[in-house]
Design a protein around this ligand. Structure first.
Ligand code: ATP
Ligand code: MG
Length: 312
C-alpha cells in the first residue's frame, strides 16, 4: 500500500474567539488530487497555511513524507510547492526573473533552471510575455505564473489555494489539465476551491468544509450517496409556511429542505413521479412559476449537510 504524502490529524486553530479550524483530519496520497470545498470563511486557507507552516496550529499534527511539520523545517519546504490564494510575485520583475528568484530559493540554477523556466512558461501559456514586468499582467496571467512557480522544483506535495479564481474559461481548462498531469506524474495535490464544478471535475476525493469543520469526505460518488437515491426539486411560487408544512405531511417520503416565501426546496425519492407532486400543488391552488430538478450532486450534498445552499 502506498504511504500518504500528507497526513493531517485533528488540526485546530482559533483567532481569538473565532474557531477557524476545528478537528480537521485528512490524508493525501501520491498521485491524488484531494479537494477542500467550502464557502468563504470555511477555513481552507487557514488549513493550508498551517500545512506550509506559515501559521502555527493550536492543536493537531501534520506529517509530510513521514516527517512531522515543525515551525522551521527547510528540507520539507523543498518537497512542497505552494500556490497561495494571495498572489506572491515581484511586480517589477518579469516572469523569467520571478521564476529565477523562486527557483534560486529552491536550489535550482544554470541549465536546469533555464529549461524548467521555458517548460513551465509554455505550459501556462506565458512564453510570449516572459520578458514583460509582471505589473503589466492581467490578474489571470499572474495566477498562471503563480502556478508555474509552485511547480518549478517538481514538489512531492502541491498546495493550491483557489488557483483558478479570476481566470478565463480557456486558461482555466488549461490549468486544470496541467494540474491533472502533475498528479498523473505522482504528485500529491491539495486543492481548495469554492467552485463545485471544479471539485466534481478534478478531485479524486474531497472533503466538504464549513465553519472550520469537515462535514463529509470521500469520492464524488461516495458523497452523492449521502443524499441517497433522491432528487432535489426547487419550486418557485408564492408560499405560506403553514400551508407548505401541511402539504408536505400529506406526501409520503418528501422532505422540505429550505423554505422561502418565493421558493421551496424539496427532497424526493428518485422514483417518485414529479408530475404527481406538481398535480398536488396545483390542486391546492399553487401557481408553479418555475421548477428545477436536480439529480444528486455536490450542491445537494451541501444542502443536505448544512441546510443551506452553496453559493459561489
Ligand atoms: N489572521 C486572521 N485573524 C483573524 N481571523 C482570521 C485570520 N485569518 C482568517 N481568519 C478568519 O478565519 C476564518 C477562516 O478563514 P479562511 O481564510 O481560512 O477561510 P477560507 O475558507 O480560505 O475562505 P475564502 O474562500 O474566502 O478564501 C474566517 O472567519 C476568517 O475571517
Ligand atoms: Mg481562502
Amino acid at each position: 500500500m502506498t504511504e500518504p504524502v500528507l497526513i493531517v490529524e485533528h488540526l485546530h486553530k482559533a483567532f481569538d474567539s473565532l474557531q477557524a479550524v476545528k478537528d480537521v483530519s485528512f490524508r493525501v496520497n501520491p498521485g491524488e488530487i484531494f479537494g477542500l470545498l467550502g464557502p468563504n470563511g470555511a477555513g481552507k486557507t487557514t488549513t493550508i497555511n498551517m500545512i506550509c507552516s506559515l501559521l502555527p496550529a493550536d492543536q493537531g499534527a501534520i506529517t509530510i513524507n513521514n516527517m512531522p511539520v515543525s515551525t522551521h523545517n527547510s528540507s520539507l519546504r523543498q518537497r512542497m510547492g505552494v500556490v497561495p490564494q494571495d498572489i506572491a510575485l515581484y511586480e517589477e520583475l518579469n516572469a523569467l526573473d520571478n521564476l529565477s528568484f523562486w527557483g534560486g530559493l529552491y536550489g535550482l540554477s544554470g541549465e536546469k533552471l533555464k529549461s524548467r523556466q521555458k517548460e513551465l512558461l509554455s505550459k501556462v501559456g506565458l512564453q510570449d510575455r516572459a520578458k514583460e514586468p509582471v505589473s503589466r499582467y492581467s490578474g489571470g496571467m499572474k495566477r498562471r505564473l503563480n502556478l508555474a512557480i509552485g511547480l518549478l522544483h517538481d514538489p512531492d506535495l502541491l498546495l493550491l489555494d483557489e488557483p483558478t479564481v479570476g481566470i478565463d474559461p480557456q486558461a482555466r481548462h488549461q490549468m486544470l489539465d496541467l494540474i491533472r498531469a502533475e498528479a498523473n506524474k505522482g504528485t500529491a495535490i491539495l486543492y481548495t476551491t469554492h467552485y463545485m464544478d471544479e471539485a466534481e471535475q478534478l478531485c479524486d476525493r474531497l472533503a466538504i468544509m464549513d465553519h472550520g469543520q469537515l462535514l463529509a469526505m470521500g469520492s464524488l460518488s461516495e458523497l452523492e450517496t449521502l443524499v441517497g437515491e433522491r432528487r432535489i426539486l426547487k419550486i418557485g411560487g408564492t408560499f405560506d409556511q403553514d400551508w407548505v408544512n401541511k402539504l408536505i405531511s400529506t406526501l409520503s417520503d418528501v422532505q422540505l429542505l429550505t423554505f422561502d416565501p418565493a421558493q421551496i426546496t424539496l427532497s424526493v425519492p428518485f422514483d417518485m413521479a414529479i408530475g404527481q407532486i406538481l398535480t398536488v400543488l396545483q390542486e391546492q391552488g399553487l401557481v408553479v412559476e418555475h421548477l428545477d430538478i436536480k439529480n444528486p450532486n455536490l450542491d445537494s450534498v451541501f444542502l443536505k449537510l448544512t441546510g443551506r445552499e452553496f453559493k459561489d
